[in-house]
Every structure is written in structure tokens, then in C-alpha cells.
Design a protein around this ligand. Structure first.
Ligand code: HPA
Length: 236
């Protein structure tokens, strides 16, 4: 089977997929966490891999940046490859004072400035939410590891640049924990196409203090959310 953006055989992709924006992150997870891994996609260098974690067959697929790019890969994975569960392993910018770099945010819901959900939902405002069971399971996993996690509403933006302090203060006032570029689109697709999903984001920068993790720190820091995602992928 070949879709416009995936050149994998249907049997090459597990029904549980961890997705991540950066193709090199997908490669890193495959190399360091999976056994007997094979590469399942190289179209546009948007690398994907399938291998084994604790005897469970899991796929890791990259999706690029923003809702439009993510939506292409998620649509094809679900509609053509019968994927049933998607865990997004991403990064986000911390908005709430308590959300510090290297912390992990589980997006219970996602607000957005993107119009894509309205376009698809008859002009109404769709409430984009995670799968409750996955959120609960991820919470238990993170407590067992003793990782610092926050659970709540995040904001998915179409524009990484150009936001001002009036905007950031507004979303802070409404208890938004963090900002990313994909989760709202992932969650509305999960409702529409009937697959389960949870977005797990490591805080790579703090919006108000302007603190950032370095690219060297990024690899190590993401290991915690990789472990949560892989353990979550094991569960039914
Ligand atoms: N804004 C939007 N998306 C992000 C950010 C950010 O500051 N950091 C990581 N993903």
C-alpha cells in the first residue's frame, strides 16, 4: 500500500503509533528504545519506524510541524493503515507559572486559533479533548516514575511567531498550561475518525521567562516523555 505521503506496506505499521514532529526524534526513539526496528517510511524524509518495546510491536512516525502537516499523516495512518491509538510525543512552551522547562504536560483539552476545526464542524466551536482512559493511564505511569506532570488545557496555535504579551496574558488568565502547534487538530481528528489519542508534551521553553532547553538537553529531557509514551503504548 502506498498513500501520497507514506510508502509503507499495510502490515508494516502497528495499530498503536507514537507520533512526533521531528523525523530525527523518531529515528532516535527507534534506535535507542525499540528492538528489531525497521524503517517504514522515507517519503519527504518524514521517517517512520516499527519495532518492539517489551515484546509489543509499536510504530513511531514523524509528522512535521502544525495542524495541516500532522493531519496529513494522521488521516493516512488511520484511514489507510487502520491505526487505532495515537500518542503524540511533542514539545510545548510553558504559559502557566507552575509549568517549568523539562516538565511534562498531558493535554486534557486543546483550545486553538486554527480555523480548521470550525471548517470541519459546520462552523461551530469543537471542544478538542483527549481520550480519558489514556490520560488516566499516562497519569498513573508518570506517578510511578515520579516525573513532574501537569494536566489541563493547552493552546494550539497556527503561528509560532508573532504572538504578543497581550495574547500570552489572555491565555494565561484562562488557565492555559502551555502552547503547542498540533494537539487541537489531533484531538478533533480522533473524534471524527474514531481513534484514541493523547498528547504528551515536554516543556522546551517558558514563554514569560524566555528560558529554553538547549539542543543538547533536548535529547535527554525527552527521554522521560518517551518512557511514558512507550509504557502507555503497551496498555489496552
Ligand atoms: N509555541 C508554540 N509551539 C511550541 C512552542 C512555543 O513556544 N514551544 C514548543 N512548541
Amino acid at each position: 500500500m502506498v498513500t501520497p505521503h507514506l510508502n509503507s506496506n499495510i502490515s508494516d505499521i502497528s495499530d498503536v503509533v507514537i507520533i512526533s514532529g521531528d523525523p530525527l526524534r523518531a529515528k532516535y526513539i527507534s534506535k535507542n528504545f525499540l528492538k528489531n526496528s525497521i524503517q517504514i517510511n522515507n517519503v519527504r524524509s518524514m521517517f517512520g519506524y516499527t519495532g518492539y518495546y517489551k515484546k509489543k510491536r509499536i510504530s513511531i512516525m514523524s509528522h512535521g510541524m502544525g495542524i495541516p502537516s500532522l493531519s496529513i499523516y494522521v488521516n493516512e495512518l488511520v484511514s489507510e493503515y487502520n491505526v487505532k491509538k495515537i500518542i503524540r510525543l511533542g514539545t510545548c512552551g510553558g504559559i502557566n507559572k507552575k509549568v517549568k522547562i523539562k516538565d511534562i504536560v498531558f493535554a486534557m483539552g486543546a483550545s486553538t486559533d486554527s480555523s480548521i476545526n470550525r471548517l470541519r464542524f459546520g462552523g461551530y466551536d469543537f471542544s478538542s479533548i483527549s481520550d480519558f482512559k489514556m490520560l488516566y493511564q499516562a497519569y498513573i505511569i508518570s506517578k510511578n516514575y515520579n516525573f513532574n506532570v501537569h494536566i489541563g488545557n493547552i493552546f494550539t496555535t497556527d503561528s509560532f511567531y508573532g504572538k504578543d504579551s497581550i495574547f500570552f496574558n489572555l491565555i494565561k488568565k484562562f488557565n492555559i498550561l502551555a502552547i503547542d502547534m498540533e494537539t487541537s487538530g489531533l484531538y478533533s481528528l480522533s473524534s471524527e475518525l474514531k481513534f484514541k489519542s493523547l498528547s504528551i508534551c515536554t516543556v522546551s521553553d517558558e514563554i514569560f521567562s524566555k528560558k529554553k532547553i538547549t539542543s543538547l538537553e533536548r535529547e535527554k529531557t525527552l527521554n522521560n516523555s518517551i518512557l511514558i509514551s512507550l509504557d502507555l503504548a503497551l496498555l489496552n
